[in-house]
Design a protein around this ligand. Structure first.
Ligand code: NAP
Length: 247
């Protein structure tokens, strides 16, 4: 089926995506940053179900760590065919008056520079002009890119706006190189990410304001990612799936 890297594949949406891709026959690289045990649990689950997977630690904001991770993937599994840029961060809910340059830069370094670096390394391996056989990239953005996250984390929302622009630009740049690049914009999904913003119960607070009246599950996002990576989406590039319950 191919070799897939899921950044932040150890928890939340990335975990659900890693498990789904493995179920469909991908060899999966489960990238993580801090929580080795969570990544190893995902790998063990995949292997127990007869799949192949590898946990690799790398801070996607660090260029050398990203390059080392891709080199390890080359050695372990051969050329990458699918990249899911998923690892993302946000910090304590705050208005813009209270944002510091350090915080803004940390958000952008992971959510934007990290995505660029992984795209760069993937394109080097997938593009026909580099001797590759093509591939597919899905960038996990957020409905926040459209909505702005006022009073919570406009820095995070802006980082996702940049991710969408990356998706649009890269899709055109590599369309003739056998690589499709698409985005998924989740809405309010039950993961541990909301605790980083200081409100673990955020999805339940906002759910009645959503058209569907409920939050989403990571598995529902994984399905959209899986479809965009698959051959079923062979004529789809440079576009976005909003998976946000109608918001
Ligand atoms: P999550 O549960 O907080 O998990 C984050 C994952 O990213 C973890 O595996 C974490 O690994 C990894 N990670 C964090 N910083 C990293 C770094 N610098 N380098 C490598 N890995 C790193 O997040 P989630 O809710 O599943 O979100 C996944 C993606 O969906 C993000 O891009 C997020 O912006 C987007 N999204 C989420 C929601 C939502 O409601 N949850 C809505 C819209 C969009 P460690 O645990 O090892 O640090």
């Amino acid at each position: 089926m191919g070799v897939a890297l899921v950044t932040g594949g150890s928890r939340g949406i990335g975990k659900a995506t890693s498990l789904l891709l493995a179920q469909h026959g991908y060899k999966v690289v489960v990238n993580y940053f801090r929580n080795k045990q969570a990544a190893e649990e995902v790998v063990n689950k995949i292997v127990a179900n007869g799949g192949e997977a590898l946990a690799l630690r790398a801070d996607i904001a660090d260029e050398l760590q990203v390059m080392a991770m891709f080199a390890e993937i080359d050695n372990a599994f051969g050329p990458l065919t699918a990249l899911v840029n998923n690892a993302g961060i946000l910090f304590q809910q705050s208005t813009i008056e209270n944002l510091t340059a350090d915080r803004i830069n940390r958000v952008l370094a992971t959510n934007v520079t990290g995505y660029f670096l992984c795209c760069r390394e993937a394109v080097k391996r997938m593009a026909y002009r580099h001797g590759g056989e093509g591939g597919a990239i899905v960038n996990v953005s957020s409905a926040a890119a459209r909505l702005g996250s006022a009073g919570e984390y406009v820095d995070y929302a802006a980082s996702k706006g940049a991710v969408d622009t990356l998706t649009t630009g890269l899709a055109v740049e590599v369309a003739a190189q056998g690589i499709r690049v698409n985005g998924v914009r989740p809405g309010f999904i039950y993961t541990e990410m909301h605790a980083s913003g200081g409100e673990a119960g955020r999805v339940d607070r906002v759910k009645t304001a959503l058209p569907m009246q409920r939050g989403g599950q990571p598995e529902e996002i994984a399905e959209a990612i899986f479809w965009l990576l698959s051959e079923k989406a062979s004529y789809v590039t440079g576009t976005f799936i909003d998976a946000a319950g109608g918001k």
